[in-house]
Ligand binder design. Structure first.
Ligand code: ATP
Ligand code: NI
Length: 496
């Protein structure tokens, strides 16, 4: 692929901004660094309220996305991957709703500064709120069902105002928290001083939602025809996005459209920009969709099975393209697939989803080298070529529809390792393993009673085999080093 001078210039400009923003936020929050998440999902619950039942499609999900990293979400059909993505985009179809108690924060200082100016009426100063309200007292509010563990803490003193206004803004309307832009160290009259805060995506509506969606976060769908209109040329569609989000028009927009097509590796871009989507092959169409998604210069790209409809060679090319674009633009990518092979290829950290819940989270090396949850182990065994000389395993049965609160392990009915309590106890998320050295600080956690001490000791003393499977990552093209370092992990609280 040719390099794209505009894209390079943009990405330099973006990373300079990012560095400034991060340096500034370092001044106030000592914990902040270059690796601060740009998206923080906490206790996300998205349900569909049908006549017959309530489907808890996403049921208490936590994960982060950092700039420049690819976070995978993997699981079988019906596990809640697309609903998770659509929740972040604000595109949940009726009769679906994101429930109170859920929070999706977009943490990006340049966006906060711009929104505090454009959407002053929707901007709240966290400093001012904090001066009047002690966050710990909010646990006592009758309509807030949170405990410290809801936010991942042991002690209520650790909870911050951010935690509450993110998840319970509507309930906290009486303190003015039912808004969507929360800022620190500056306000609507002094946006340049803002150094911290977040946009709460679960409460964005109207114009601000349009500015987020397709402006700061964009999405690539499996079927390119969802994103391309057959009656306009590819160039017209790109130019329209550039006009809306980058304020470009006329010749400047046309030039940028050509450069975007070049950036995604479409040959003869100057001619192709005048063609219609049906004149593009499947692979070229998906490249055009990626160009559309990049036209607004987003911080985060969500890819929902972007290569599933493509043949293997084209799929590999698109995955390479995404990696290259990510590197140039410091994009945070959320990558959704049911294909463990693709996960091994593109992701840094992986969330394994089952029936609305994340059952295991790990760096990609730990996940493949030392999978903990029996569901993850089952998914790995169903990769062709991984189990040499053995018949290809598949997990029998299907993902159940999560239509009642999880008071048990939803995987238990299909789990080869299930024991009595699995039908009676909902497993908490617990830290496991030491993490593979190449996974940097990625924590390894799982929600399975096999790893909860009291059950392990009492019923299954031999089921904990931490090094089982280490080295298998070689088969997936990774390194075979066993996990040797003794990094401590940050335990994550369960959200229930
Ligand atoms: N509009 C809707 N109305 C009712 N239920 C829905 C709706 N959309 C999704 N669901 C339910 O939500 C659950 C999760 O669906 P989702 O599309 O997120 O699965 P997925 O993991 O993306 O699966 P796939 O791999 O097939 O794309 C399923 O049980 C599905 O039936
Ligand atoms: Ni899906």
């Amino acid at each position: 692929m040719e390099s794209n001078p505009t894209a390079d210039a943009q990405s330099t400009a973006t990373s300079t901004l990012d560095t400034t923003a991060t340096a500034a936020s370092n001044a106030t929050t000592t914990a902040g660094d270059r690796n601060d998440p740009i998206i923080t999902v906490r206790n996300l619950q998205t349900s569909f309220f049908t006549d017959k039942e309530v489907i808890r499609a996403v049921d208490g999900v936590d994960f982060d996305i950092r700039p420049g990293e690819t976070v995978g979400v993997v699981g079988e059909s019906g596990s809640g991957k697309s609903v998770t993505a659509r929740s972040i985009m604000g595109l949940v179809d009726s009769p679906g709703h994101i429930l109170e108690g859920s929070s999706i924060r977009f943490q990006h200082v340049p966006t906060l500064r711009s929104f505090a100016t454009t959407f002053a009426g929707r901007t709240v100063s966290l400093d001012e709120l904090e001066a009047e309200h002690d966050p710990t007292s909010l646990f006592d509010h009758p309509e807030i069902d949170a405990t410290p563990s809801t936010f991942g803490y042991d002690d209520r003193e650790e909870a911050t105002l951010e935690d509450f206004v993110g998840a319970y803004g509507d309930t906290l309307e009486f303190i003015g928290a039912d808004e969507c832009v929360f800022v620190r160290d500056g306000g609507t009259d002094d946006p340049e001083s803002i150094t911290d805060g977040f946009v709460e995506l679960t409460r964005c509506t109207g114009e601000i939602q349009r500015k987020m969606r397709g402006g700061r976060i964009s999405m690539v769908f499996q079927d390119p025809l969802t994103s391309l209109n057959p009656v306009y040329t590819v160039g017209n569609q790109l130019e329209e996005t550039l006009r809306l989000h980058q304020d470009l028009s006329g010749q400047a927009a046309t030039e940028e459209a050509v450069e975007l097509l070049e950036a995604v590796g479409i040959p003869d871009a100057r001619r192709r920009v005048t063609e219609y989507p049906h004149q593009f092959s499947g692979g070229m169409r998906q490249r055009a969709v990626i160009a559309m998604a990049l036209a607004c210069d987003p911080e985060v790209l969500i890819c929902d099975e972007p290569t599933t409809a493509l043949d293997v060679t084209i799929q590999a090319q698109i995955l390479d393209l995404l990696k290259e674009l990510q590197h140039e633009r410091d994009l945070g990518i959320l990558f959704i697939t049911h294909d463990m092979g693709v996960i091994a290829e593109v992701t840094d950290r992986v969330n394994v989803m089952y029936a609305g819940e994340i059952v295991e989270t790990a760096g990609v090396h730990s996940l493949f080298g030392d999978p903990k949850h029996p569901y993850t182990q089952g998914l790995l065994e169903s990769i062709p070529g991984r189990q040499q000389g053995e018949r290809l395993q598949t997990i029998e049965g299907n993902v159940p529809t999560p239509n009642e609160p999880a008071t048990y392990c939803r995987f238990a009915p299909r789990c080869p390792k299930a024991f009595g309590d699995c039908e009676a106890v909902h497993p908490e998320t617990v830290p496991v393993g030491d993490g593979h050295p190449e996974d940097e600080q990625a924590a390894h956690t799982t929600a399975c009673l096999l790893y909860v001490d009291e059950y392990t000791a009492a019923t299954h003393p031999s089921s904990r085999t931490p090094d089982q499977g280490a080295g298998e990552v070689e088969a997936m093209g990774g390194s075979a080093d066993a996990a040797t370092d003794t990094e401590t992990e940050t335990p994550r609280g369960d959200d229930r």
